[in-house]
Structure formats: C-alpha cells, structure tokens
Design a protein around this ligand. Sequence first.
Ligand code: ATP
Length: 890
Amino acid sequence: MQWHTLAASDVAHETKTNVKTGLTAAEAEKRLRQFGYNELAEGKKESAIVVFFRQFQDFMVLVLLLATVISAFLGEYVDAVAIVVIVIMNAILGFIQERRAEKSLAALKRLSAPQAVVLRGGEWVKVPARELVVGDVVRLASGDRVGADVRLIEAAGLEIEESALTGESVPVAKSAAPLRTAQASLGDLHNMAFMGTLVTRGNGIGIVIATGMKTAMGQIATMLEEADAGATPLQRRLEQLGKILLVVALALTAMVVAVGVVQGHDVYEMFLAGVSLAVAAIPEGLPAIVTVVLALGVQRMIKRNAIVRKLPAVETLGCASVICSDKTGTMTENMMTVTQVWAGGRTFAVSGVGFDMAGEFSERGRAVDPTRVPEIARLLTMAVLCNRSELKEENGRRYVDGDPTEGALLVAAAKAGLAKGMVWREYTVEQEFPFDSERKMMTVIVRDRNGRRLVVTKGAPDVLLERADRLEWNGREQVLTPAWKETIEKAIRQMASSALRTIAVAYRPLAETERIVSEKEAETKLRFLGVAGMIDPPRPEVKQAVARCKEAGMKTVMITGDHVLTATAIAKQLGVLPPGGKVMDGTTLSKLSVDELERAVDDIYVFARVAPEHKLKIVNALKRRGHIVAMTGDGVNDAPALKAADIGVAMGRSGTEVAKEAASLVLLDDNFATIEAAIEEGRNIYENIRKFIRYLLASNVGEILVMLFAMLLALPLPLVPIQILWVNLVTDGLPAMALGLDRPEENVMKRPPRRPDEGVFARGLGWKIISRGVLIGAVTLAAFLTAYERSGEDLVYAQTAAFATLVLAQLIHVFDCRCDRSIFDRSPFGNMYLVAAVAVSLALLLVVIYYPPLAAVFHTKPLAAVDWLLIVGLSALPTFLFAGSFRARK
Ligand code: ATP
C-alpha cells in the first residue's frame, strides 16, 4: 500500500478507523488478538531445564559427583545418596534464586517499556506501545519514540530523527500532506513516522498503518536500544575476586589433603573430604547471590516509586555526592495558580486555590470586576489562544490535560469570565510553534471571525520583552521605551522575588498576505500585553529530603528555566540555598568555559534561566571536580546530560520516552524525595552485599581452618564430608539470603557517600572476615578436642560436637554481620527473615543429630547437656570477643 500518496481520509478509510474518535476499545482489542502484539521478534529464552542443569556445571560439583560415584562403588551407598541429594538441593536453591532474579528483572523491563498516547473511543489515553494496532490514531510529541509505523494527518513543527532506520542523524521535518511520487525512499517519506525513530521537536497526529514485524524497523529486524542488563562493576569485581578465592581455597584444600595423607589418613577418605571442602569453601555462587540481592533491592525501590533501568546504577546510587534536580514538578507540586497579573501598568491580585475556578480579582485590596478592565481581558484572551492545554474533571477533581502553566492561565481566564470554549468560538488556528525550553516561548497564528490574523506569543517575560517594541496601555498602543521596560522589569522582579513563576503575553496583527515560515519571523515586533505571576508550592516532603541529603554528605543543586529571583526564593524555602551559597543564571553560564565553571561550581546551588543544553556543561564540570552526579531531566534536550551523568534520573509521569531511555533511574512520582529514597536503598543494597560477603567468607575461612588445624596437629578428621556439605547448604545459604534482605542501618544516611573506587573489603571488612573466620575454626577445633577427650575418644561424638559448634558459631556470627560497628547496635529481631532462617537452620541441626535415621546419614550422635553448654559458650566466642573491643575503640 502506498500510504504516503493517500489523502488522510483515505488512510482512515483503508484502516477502518475514525480520525475524530479513534478505534473503540473493543475493536482495538479484537485487532490485537487477530494481529498480535506490536513487538519485534526477540531471541529465544533459556528454558527452565537448561537453567536448572546449568547449576551442576561448576567444576568442583562435577568432581564431587564423580567422587560420589566412586564411593558408591566402594559400597558407601548411604553417603553417596546423601551427597547427591545435597547437591540437588543446592542446585534447586541456585535455580530458584536465578529464576527469581530473572523474573524481577523482567518485571522491571515491563515497567520501563515505552508508552504511546492513543485515541480510543474519543479519549486520549496512554497505553503500552506493544498494544498499538493498525488504525489506532496516535499523538506524537517532542521526546517520544514513535511506537509503530504511522501516516501523519497533522503536524505542527514536527521533526523526527530517523537515524535508527536511515543512519541519517539530522532530524527530518514532517508534514501531513500527501506525496505525489509513488516511488520514494524511506528518507523521503515526509508524511510518515516510523517505529523506533525519535520525535525531536513539535507534535503531530497520525494513523498507525503497520505494527510489529510489519514495520520498516521490523523488516530490517534490528533490535531497538535495550535497557542495559550488563554486569555491574561490583559483580565484575566479585567475579575477579571469586577467581582469586577459588585458587586460595583450592590451595588450602590441597594442603589439607596433603597434610592429612602425610599424617597417615586414608587417601580415599582425604580425597572425598578435600572435594567436599572445596565445594563448600569456594564461593562460586557469590556473583549469583549479588544478582539476586540487586534484583530484590530493585523491587524494594519500585515500592518507593523508583525504577532502575540499568542495574549498575544501583551501586552508583550509593556513591552519589551531588544531586542536580529540576525545580518545576520535581521539587514543587506543579500545581500552578495565577495569583498576580500585571497589565497596562497596574497590578491585580487574583484569589483562589489550585485549579479551582472560584476566585476574584482585586487591586490594592479593593475588588475589581475584571470584565471592566480591558487590559486583563486582552491579556487573558491571548493567553487562552496561545494554549494547548485543557481543563478536565474527574471524580469531582479538576486537573489539567497538558501543561500546568497553561492550565493556570486557563483558570485565571475563567475567573475573568473567559472560558476557553467561549474564546475559541471567535478564532481558528492557522499555525503553531510549540513551546520549548530553549526559546522559552510558544506562538500561535490565529484568525478571527472577521478574517483578521494575529500572532500570539507567550513566554518568559524577559525573553518576550526583547522581542517586543510596543505595549498596550489604556487601550492604546505605545512605544516600548526604556522607561516602560524599566517599569515592567520592576514588576517582574517584584513577582519573582515572592517566588512567583512569571509568564508574559504579547501579540501582533498580521497582514493577510504575510507568510510566516519560522518562529523567528513570528516572534518579533510584538506588542507587550502583560505578565501573569503564578505560585507553584514546594512539595511538602522535599525540604526534609534536602536536609537528609545534606546529612548524608550530598549537595543538592536546583536547575530551572525559571527566573533567577523565583528560583532563589524557592531554593531558600527548601533549604537548597545555604547562606553564602551562589546562584548563577544561564547567560553567565553560557559565557564560562568548562574550566571556569569547574572552579566556580562548588559554591553554586542554583542555576536559573538555563536551557537544557546547559545541564551537560554542569554535569561535566561537577564530574571533573570528582563528584558522582545524579541529574534529573524530562525533555529530549535533557537526554545528553542524563547520559553523561553518573546517574541519569528521568520523570516517569511528565518525562519523554527519550529522557527515560537515556536515564538509569525513573521516578514514578516525579518527586525529588524519591531520589533520596532511591539513594538510601542504593546504599543499603551495597551494605547488604557486604554483609553477606562478610558472613559467607568468614564461614568458609572457619570451615577450611578447622580441617587444616586438625591435619597439622595430626588429629582425626573433625568433620565428615557430608557434614561439610550440609554446613555449606543450610547454614551458609539461608542466612546469607536473609542478610541480603536486611533493612538499612540507622546511620546509612548519616555518613558521607562511599567512594566509587572503594574495594569490597574496605572499612575493616577484610580484618573482620579473617579474625572471625580464624576464631570460628579455632572454637570448632576446641569443641572437637574437648568432646573427643571427654567421651573417651569417641570420634563420632567429637565430630558431632564440632559440627554443632561450627553451625552455631556461624548462626551467632550472622547477627554480627548485620552491624557495621557492634552487634549491640541493633536488635536481633530487626530482620525477621534472618531470625526465621536461623531458626530453620537450628531446627535442622537438631533434626540431623536427634532423628536417628538422619543421624546415621550424617554420622552424628546425641550430645550430653554439659557438652551443649560448652558448645554454646564456644560458639559465642568469635562474635562476642570483638564486640567489646569495637565499643572501646569508638
Ligand atoms: P524545570 O522543570 O527545569 O524547573 P522550568 O519548568 O522551570 O524547568 P521551563 O519549562 O523551561 O522551565 O520554563 C522556563 C520559562 O518559560 C518559564 O519561567 C516560563 O516563563 C516560560 N514557560 C513555561 N512554560 C511555558 C509555556 N507552556 N508556554 C510559554 N512559556 C512557558
């Protein structure tokens, strides 16, 4: 089908749709069922069975299985079966963990899947782009990634970057008119928009003509840029560490075996013990558990409204030292209300709250009838004309469909008796130049009933003043003299310094014959009408979040397109701007080189009247100062800064697809406080990973050392292979997982950010692992020796005592691992998963000692009460020996 040559009505006819109301929900669903989801074919997924069998791939596990086969041949059936059962249980645990991590990452991917705005049953709604069907009427706006192949039927300043498809990175201007040539290459189809391309400017409406693999993108079948699922720096570091630990563990195990053989132990017995020890001591699962903990942490973040798009960001979050945040909507409510209007040299106050229509105009405390003041009527009429937004009501609550700034103007106009519908009865729109943060203006060209044409512009007052040469005063036109300018600027300053966001309106009559091609031609020689000042209250939770960030050693920087004085006033209210802190405006910023900015940047807390491109410069300057920078953004032009920042943060509600794709974190509620929450979780996840590394490695050191000590002292084996494997599975596995779920320690947001180059064993962790590990080994051996002696050299009895001590010592030590400083800092019941895991491990220990059939398998014997006392005492030693010393040192 040559869609590009058809008229819009024919496209609608062919796709059996209605351009005014779109498809009905039922019809869309029918088509979805019939033609399938709008997705590109994906690579095959690994099946569950493959994932399960991969758990056995580990070299040492294979050696263990081989050894088991040998022991079966030697007649040790019970041992062989028990070992196989344990290996399978281990594999199941690994399998469950891997699946869980995979699932939560897949859920995450779904959450950050692209959306499309589509007309269904006469209403514009947001749906996941994969649910688009042929015939859907879709709206495209700057920052969107086009969801399917679309024939445009409306386009206002629409430009699309199609490099994903054509390789051409310069955006193409689009229009709705049919093309004449049937044969045209993809790059020439100016009235089409293709799946996967980027809207860089303007907006438009189109009809979906192809979805999924039928799109141009589907035909070349390249995948769109995926959310990064690569390994995190920590995972990579741990993988490396794992290799070192593997060598160390193997060397030590070999030593145990060698010494044992030299001391006269049976070679086969030592071989099996050695292999079991190697399986237990090699932390091969470390990177896998890290993935699980990261995935679980990411789920916790979702509960707090933060979606992580790139896993490495979880770690980087904990290192953030500067948060650069947009003001409007992130630090403030984005619930604009016009409270002041300056027009014709007079200032009026406007009462009312939020988007509620009730409110009056007054001047110096005296009520004014706005319909009697032509300046107000002119200003607000024009503000309604140059306006893309709409006031809507849902469940008795009024909201703005569109830009809240424009919504506030609509409300103010309604308060002056100028409802949108009424105003628009007199006018039709000819052309539109949408608002962008670069120009800080928006313009429409309209025609009234009598055929008179007007350019109507609204935008930042200081910018508009530059483009105006006249003003309207007392119904008459005046030259905008420097004196007038001074008066207007004073009014703007007065509004801005009381934290009002200001917006000015101007217009110009246009001759019938005058053709306007660019916004530059439109936005000139304007007649200045006046300024509206609107409040945008700070979000109540932000002040506290800023304070908490400060406590956590992080600086908050406000970046806004608003007036310097508006920004300053709000920054002061929120505690962003400390006494002596500096404010810089965009003009000054443009003049500085990155070097100069780098020198100055540490003192600056607010950047005002900046354009999106400035954000990149700010990020670079901060990074050069050695900071780890989080930067928020929502528009297309923010994407480079979001990519350059260590942590790009996009807005989930108001953000564009492009910004979300560039970001590593998406805020579901657009709220600054959520960044702070995410950072807290990020720090906590890292600490949790450290906690279980500490626990696992200390346990492994203990396990190896008890065997090594025994061999060096020419003692019998203190633990049999099946016991070692048991400790590895039950005692190490469950509590370590529970540690990964631990809640943050109280001081996690009271210390400075972690340095990104900090090693895994930093801050005393290495010492803790070695010292506790050595002690766990020592007390286990002590229990073994004492029991051996007291029982009249009953080896099974002594091994049971050693086994119980090893398990118990670890289960006590795990509570110490929760605490950065001292075990007395936290209640042991703060993590109920851990309490449960420890209880289960304990109960299972008792079962394998006291349940005779299992006791036979595990080579254990019931222990005397006195010996239990000894075991408990010895087990507590590794943890409590140091608990006091930390207090003393502090
Ligand atoms: P941030 O979210 O970074 O704080 P901002 O909302 O403060 O950004 P912009 O949206 O770029 O900044 O707005 C800058 C200025 O442009 C505003 O102070 C206002 O004067 C003007 N402006 C904002 N929205 C519109 C609009 N829809 N039409 C015309 N002018 C606008």
